[in-house]
Design a protein around this ligand. Structure first.
Ligand code: C2E
Ligand code: CA
Ligand code: CA
Length: 405
């Protein structure tokens, strides 16, 4: 049966509170097998494989999920399921008289102990299979209770995030950026904060990857953009012309309407484009390099007066190609380098070099994670343009920024 029918059966079993084990099996290296043999062989292989599944699992419910993935519902125990690998070895599939080097990996999840919905059973299975593949494949195993808990928490975060976005439960904190020439705050970086009434504080390092995967990053991005632009206008009206710097994920720029969205926010809030900065990571830069439409959107925004800044410089991919292609006006030296600045001569040379490198490209350079006076002095000495870090201020709310200004 297909995935759709399987989902119906699983839902019926869940509704009637029947316990079962969800087994997910994936044929390893299926695509290289396919290339080695012909199309016709591919269907023989799949037929022979399903025959073995039927022989071994007898009258369990079975479904084909993708071209080379299968799912089985069974009341049988883990040791029996794992025995399928030995069974396959003892009953090889022959093609033109040659035994195929066929291996599978699989995941076992239990209902209701491990996961409670069809989608979560599938997700847990994928998690197991991905782990198996990175360990070389050819095993059938289950996840630890801790892994299942982590998955469930993730699912909860996804669910609560939808509510948070709907009720505008996310908050924005701002961290000042100090101009090292004028010694004045020239801008602030907007950082997302989320405290959920049930889940507690979800740090951005957890939140952002989940949001990227589920696509909710676009909503978070627009929310942050709106808040930050609104705030820039409030400060400007009070006589403080400082820019706001917003973090952006490459996924947001895959939206062909990104230019329209950003222009829309600027219009709506009355924020001048020159007060908006967008921070992108090296990962973003690397992916943008291959996608002309992203570079085009960036250039359009740059023409409007929006500035692009490269975040976490030096930690991602040592590629300078994107420096030539993307309209970047500043980079931020990652806090990892600044941490050892005061006592490692090599780091001092490296950072001094990075700053000179940036200036030679007519770029501004900012140092992140500045925690001491000593670090700040050295950076000033190296002609670094700006600094950000706990020594200047932690991320704080808009009112506290106003007081600081
Ligand atoms: P990031 O863009 O590199 O942001 C700087 C991070 O360093 C912030 O962590 C900030 O609180 C922290 N930090 C600032 N000064 C210091 C310091 O002196 N010492 C140390 N040890 N840390 C310092 P935070 O707020 O937890 O954010 C983590 C990451 O999450 C950010 O790294 C950024 O990549 C991402 N992020 C945060 N907000 C957003 C957002 O609205 N959208 C997107 N796409 N990503 C965001
Ligand atoms: Ca940033
Ligand atoms: Ca950074």
């Amino acid at each position: 049966m297909n995935r759709y029918r399987l989902e119906q059966i699983v839902n019926e079993m869940i509704d009637t509170k029947q316990h079962f084990t969800f087994v997910y099996l994936s044929i390893d290296k299926f695509y290289s097998l396919k290339e080695l043999y012909s199309e016709q062989m591919e269907s023989i292989l799949l037929q022979e494989f399903t025959n073995r599944l039927k022989m071994y699992f007898q009258d369990s419910v079975m479904a084909r999920i993708t071209i080379n993935d299968f799912a089985i519902l069974t009341p049988l125990g883990e040791w029996f399921i794992q025995g399928f690998l030995a069974y396959l070895e003892q009953h090889p599939i022959y093609i033109e008289g040659i035994a195929l080097p066929l291996t599978v990996c699989g995941g076992i999840s239990k209902y209701p102990e491990d996961q409670q919905t069809f989608n979560h059973l599938l997700k847990a299975s994928h998690e197991i299979i991905n782990k198996m593949h990175s360990d070389g494949g050819s095993t059938i195993s289950s996840l630890s209770t801790a892994d299942h808990k982590a998955l469930s928490r993730r699912a909860m975060i996804e669910k609560r995030l939808l509510i948070a976005l709907d009720q505008k439960d996310l908050k924005v904190l701002y961290q000042p950026q100090l101009n090292l020439k004028t010694k004045k705050i020239e801008g602030v970086e907007a950082l997302v904060r989320w405290e959920d009434s049930e889940l507690g504080i979800i740090p951005p390092d957890v939140l952002i990857p989940i949001a990227e995967e589920t696509g909710l990053i676009n909503e978070i991005g627009t929310f942050m953009l709106e808040k930050a632009c609104e705030q820039a206008v409030i400060w400007k009206k009070k006589g403080h012309t400082i820019f706001v710097s917003v973090n952006s994920s490459v996924r947001e720029f895959r939206d062909k309407n990104m230019v329209k969205i950003i222009r829309g926010v600027l219009d709506k809030t009355g924020c001048p484009a020159s007060l908006l900065q967008i921070e992108i990571t090296e990962k973003f830069a690397l992916e943008a390099e291959a996608e002309g439409s992203i570079i085009k959107q960036m250039k359009q925004l740059q023409t409007d007066g929006v500035r692009f800044v490269l975040d976490d410089f030096g930690t991602g991919y040592a590629s300078f190609r994107y420096m030539q292609l993307l309209p970047l006006e500043e980079f931020k030296i990652d806090k990892m380098f600044i941490a050892t600045l005061a006592y490692q001569q090599k780091t001092q040379k490296l950072i001094h070099g990075m700053i000179q490198f940036g200036h030679s490209l007519n770029m501004r350079v900012l140092a992140e994670g500045v925690e001491t006076e000593e670090q700040l002095d050295l950076l000033t000495q190296y002609n670094c343009n700006a600094a950000q870090g706990y020594h200047i201020s932690r991320p704080i709310d808009a009112n506290e920024i106003s007081k600081l200004l």
